[in-house]
Design a protein around this ligand. Sequence first.
Ligand SMILES: NC(=O)c1ccc[n+]([C@@H]2O[C@H](COP(=O)([O-])OP(=O)(O)OC[C@H]3O[C@@H](n4cnc5c(N)ncnc54)[C@H](OP(=O)(O)O)[C@@H]3O)[C@@H](O)[C@H]2O)c1
Length: 260
Amino acid sequence: MKKYKLGFIGYGNMAKAIVGGILKSGFLDKSQIAVSRQSDGCADGIFCTNDNSYVATNCEYLVLAVKPQVFKQIDFVCSADCIISIMAGVDSNFISEKLCARGKVIRVMPNTPSQIGKGVTAISENGLGNEYNDFCKAVFKSVGEICYISEDKFDAVTCVSGSGPAYAYYFAKAMIDGGVSNGLDENTSKTLALDTIIGACEMIKANPQIPLKTLISNVCSKGGTTIEAINVFENDALDDTVIKAMTACRKRSEELRAGK
Ligand SMILES: NC(=O)c1ccc[n+]([C@@H]2O[C@H](COP(=O)([O-])OP(=O)(O)OC[C@H]3O[C@@H](n4cnc5c(N)ncnc54)[C@H](OP(=O)(O)O)[C@@H]3O)[C@@H](O)[C@H]2O)c1
């Protein structure tokens, strides 16, 4: 029996989001988690060290949560029963070989809204035993939604959900700025823009049978106001820009895999 249930190599933005979500959900408590990071100390009462090998030999499940470039450079001893990698652009085969952990690696791609229980995590379809998959599923279920996707699609997953929160923040900021430049104060614009985005996303989810094109045209009465805005999006090919941006993101994930 290992000392800790769950260990993390790297305790940055994403690991903190996952741990924050797990603790909030009550799935594990602080005494069951250990983390290692480069600098000393953790403010949140979780066991923290800069000895990667200590964490990787004293936990049942180990989450790899360092940057891909860092993982390729560091060496540590690992005897965890199962390894869960959240790293973008690092194949499970590479991890298995580096850590001598064949048959123990599950690759996942979470996102930062996990911190408030609203994440979405892609879990790679893998041939691992149910016990390992059940635990992995429970960890990420405790911080949001999960879905199973084959590992060869993970670069695409990264460019949609892994990096996606930043696109949503970007669009939200643009909408808030748009409200301000059209006469609202910042707070009012923020309230209206954010609740509009949340409400619109809920509408999409509540009406899966209605195509998005129809939902858009339902707001655009002929000769009305909304169509004027949508016409500008169309003329400026905003959709092409979004697709171009996401393709750049996917390509970076592929480059990381190739060690660039
Ligand atoms: N951020 C996201 O939205 C997101 C989403 C999905 C997946 N990911 C993946 O999650 C991983 C981490 O991303 P992040 O955004 O959380 O990065 P981050 O905030 O930069 O955190 C990286 C962590 O790695 C630690 N670290 C650096 N060198 C180390 C070493 N030699 N030994 C042990 N720990 C070391 C850092 O320590 P210090 O704290 O001491 O600096 C830090 O805690 C990446 O592989 C990324 O692809 C991120």
